[in-house]
Design a protein around this ligand. Structure first.
Ligand code: NAD
Length: 359
């Protein structure tokens, strides 16, 4: 089977789907790898490194299996033909999903977002690997936007209190954000509607904020709150947020717009100079005053909503993503041939288009 690594075309997308180390191990397993010229440039990987790993540089778009990072554009789908396979983030639940176009093109699509979150599939869990990068980077952004120190400082010129950091939503990104804020010397607190994460919050040395709302849903995800719950949560958070120097929001509900946790009134109640990093901008934002992709100052509070944070750390983000993609590929290889076994839960769940049907 020939695996093609294409060059990403989205604005600001610097990641690449496979890195040379992973290419070498796939080749050892009997796979041929073709890389589009310049595919690794954004991640600082020159074509020569792919060649040294055993790949060739050429027409990656006509490979049997095309691997990429960002969801394909219409122009990219037009480069694919019936019978090819595409593996990547395919955004199956986004409003502007291209799943229909992939189906019409006869492309067999595997969406990494749809890989089940079971132990056996952890090595393939691209949502987690990229959320880890994003959670880390969000804290660094908060620190650089802040007018205050993160750590406590005792100096001849006086003592500085540590920054208080509130993380709203403690999934993979939120947990990494808590741990990163702690490592920087801040005083982190975590909040979520899934009470089961309280222990995880404490295990990274952070405090748990309990607002008494339990909205644990299916498969380890949260469910959407009812109108009453949402109103109660917004009111409780309005009070709780006031004392924090930094608020980082990561709350998501699969397939739904981001829940509104931080109202305009809550922002108004914060001390000027405080910082909000809204990581949910892609689905509308967790804060009422967020402008996705922008950094704005409202009531003296800086509100930043960076999009695609993993792409800002392309080296490690690509390295981790490549490991995820190659593990999924290897699951579907048999003696060097691409032979997905659709009775396997991971294969079946991640497949979104097959035989000109959406599944
Ligand atoms: P996510 O990105 O879907 O959501 C982020 C967080 O926002 C979640 O913790 C969610 O509970 C929270 N949230 C949603 N609505 C909220 C609201 N109104 N107020 C406050 N918080 C709200 O989450 P994720 O990072 O994808 O993780 C989801 C779950 O999957 C977690 O339990 C995680 O531990 C689990 N997981 C399991 C595996 C595995 O077993 N292989 C791998 C990765 C993640």
């Amino acid at each position: 089977v020939v695996v093609g690594v294409v060059r990403e075309s989205n604005d600001g997308e610097r990641r690449v789907a496979l890195v040379p180390k992973v290419v070498a191990s796939l080749i050892k397993n009997g796979v041929d790898v073709v890389v589009e010229a310049g595919a690794g440039i954004g991640a600082l990987i020159p074509d020569e490194s792919f060649v040294e790993a055993g790949a060739s540089i050429g027409d990656a778009w006509s490979a049997n299996v095309v691997v990429k990072v960002a969801p394909p554009s219409d122009a990219e789908i037009a480069k694919l033909t019936s019978g090819q396979t595409l593996i990547g983030f395919l955004a199956p639940r986004n409003a502007d999903t291209k799943i229909g176009a992939l189906k019409d093109a006869g492309v067999q699509g595997f969406a990494v977002e749809a890989i089940p979150r079971i132990s056996r599939a952890q090595v393939m869990d691209a949502l987690s690997s990229q959320a880890n990068v994003a959670g880390y980077k969000a804290v660094l952004l908060a620190a650089s936007e802040s007018t205050r120190f993160f750590p406590m400082l005792t100096t001849a010129a006086g003592t500085v209190k540590p920054a208080t950091v509130l993380i709203l939503g403690v999934g993979v990104a939120g947990l990494q954000a808590l741990a990163t804020a702690k490592r920087l010397g801040g005083r982190p607190t975590g909040y979520d509607v899934r009470p089961e994460v309280a222990d995880q919050v404490r295990s990274v040395g952070a405090q748990w904020l309990d607002l008494g709302i339990d909205a644990a849903g299916e498969g380890g995800y949260a469910r959407e709150l009812t109108d009453d719950e949402r109103a109660a949560q917004q009111q409780a958070l309005e009070k709780a947020i006031q004392g924090f120097d930094v608020v980082i929001t990561t709350a998501l509900v699969p397939g739904r717009p981001a829940p509104r946790l931080v109202t305009a009134a809550a922002v108004e109640g914060m001390k000027p100079g405080s910082v909000i990093i809204d990581m949910a901008g892609e689905t509308g934002g967790n804060c009422e005053l967020t402008e996705p992709g922008q950094t704005v100052v409202k009531h003296g509070v800086t509100i930043a909503s960076p999009l695609n944070l993993p792409a800002t750390m392309p080296e490690h983000a690509s390295e981790l993503y490549a490991k995820n993609v190659s593990a999924l590929l290897e699951l579907m290889l048999k003696d060097g041939a691409f032979a997905p076994d659709f009775t396997d839960q991971v294969v079946a769940d991640s497949c979104v288009t097959r035989d000109k049907e959406t599944v």
